[in-house]
Design a protein around this ligand. Structure first.
Ligand code: CA
Length: 377
């Protein structure tokens, strides 16, 4: 079993607080100066878009308990889910009635701090190919492997994509299949900020690839997996009902971002953080001070983006309509601690994963948990 870097974090809180996205909120931490739960709207694409389609969000219970630093989640057709554990390298099958069974381990995971076994995504043609994709840190790089999940256990692991820069921080890690059937990958700049504007680096990007790891046809730059650039650390990817991709990323010490992604778009990092109003870079649709969000996973459901916050310890609901957003609303604030991911279940409920056992939170009884939320108008 690999050792985590908790002792290092304890010894070096000041150094790491300047570069880590995922630290729990603390006194005099960065980004604590803004007032209230009033995230800033950007100048364009963010005016009132009417009332939220979903106005009632209710915690309908705890689906699962006892997970160890869970990170990624993907649903099976039967309404159960697979969950990845960052530090144990295990994949856990979670059933709606509370069952948790380890179905296997991903081989070759070698990461420290924010690295490890990160995002997982079921093939959109799972019923035919029984395939699961996993993004993980393998030493100096992050890679994507495909594995067979036959309903009981994992096997036949094969790396299909590699060379994504890795580090103790900013590993990105979310993977998700888009409505076009291609795999989208949120990466981080691994602490090397100059990678984000370098089109030849895979760091600080959103990538779009085939299931075999090739650049997807129609990508904005010839023979490149790069779909958008100028990102810092993308861990949230989701599509709305119009097929528009939304992405969340961590800011450094000022502004976390929710972006509406355009192919070939440049989102500014490290030249700008948050809304800049400079024509060369696409501004975020919404931004938050980092202590109010530090966003990891996102989902779109019922006309809203839902965004899980680590340091912010809340789930943000951002109503969207026709690509525009209206005033975000904080949910679950402080009630369950750090939140790592949110995913829409086949039955329309939202499963929200806590993240208090990753060495940076304060585990509560039963942590980490998967919560089930129901939405209604
Ligand atoms: Ca930006």
């Amino acid at each position: 079993m690999r050792r985590r870097l908790l002792p290092l974090l304890v010894l070096l809180p000041i150094v790491l607080s300047a570069c880590s996205d995922e630290l729990a909120p603390g006194p005099a931490g960065p980004g604590t100066s803004t007032a209230g739960d009033n995230p800033s709207a950007s100048g364009s694409g963010s005016s009132s878009a009417g009332g939220p389609a979903v106005s009632r969000v209710v915690v309908d219970g705890v689906v699962a308990r006892g997970l160890d630093a869970p990170w990624g989640m993907t649903f099976l057709p039967d309404g159960s889910a697979l969950v990845s554990e960052r530090d144990s390298d295990q994949v856990v099958h979670v059933t709606p009635d509370g069952g948790t069974d380890v179905v296997g381990q991903v081989n070759g995971v070698d990461g420290s701090a924010e690295g490890g076994l990160l995002g997982i995504a079921l093939s959109p043609t799972y019923s035919e190919d029984s395939t699961l994709f996993a993004y993980f840190t393998a030493g100096a790089e992050n890679v994507i492997a495909r594995l067979t999940y036959d309903g009981n256990s994992l096997s036949d692991q094969r790396t299909v994509f590699d060379g994504i820069p890795a580090g103790p921080v900013h590993n990105g890690g979310r993977i998700a299949f888009g409505p076009d059937g291609f795999l989208y990958v949120g990466t981080g700049e691994s602490g090397q900020t100059d990678l984000s504007q370098d089109r030849n680096s895979l760091g600080g990007k959103i990538l779009r690839i085939t299931a075999d790891g090739d650049p997807a046809p129609g990508n904005p730059f010839a023979d490149s997996p790069v779909y958008s650039l100028g990102h810092r650390n993308v861990q949230g990817l989701a599509w709305d009902e119009d097929g528009q991709l939304w992405a969340a990323e961590f800011g450094q010490n000022m502004w976390d971002e929710l972006n509406r992604i355009q192919a070939g778009g440049n989102y500014g990092w490290p030249e700008v953080e948050g809304r800049a109003g400079e024509g060369d870079y696409i501004d975020p649709v919404r931004q938050w001070s980092t202590d109010r969000a530090s966003p990891s996973g996102i989902a779109v459901s019922g006309g809203s983006v839902f965004m899980a916050g680590l340091r912010g310890e809340r789930l943000w609901q951002i109503p969207i309509r026709d690509g525009r957003s209206s005033r975000p609303r904080p949910l679950l604030a402080g009630e369950y601690g750090r939140l790592r991911a949110v995913t829409e279940a086949p039955d329309g409920s939202l499963w929200v994963m806590t993240n208090n056992t990753d060495g940076r939170g304060e585990p509560r009884s039963g942590d980490d948990k998967v919560l089930r939320l129901t939405l209604s108008e």
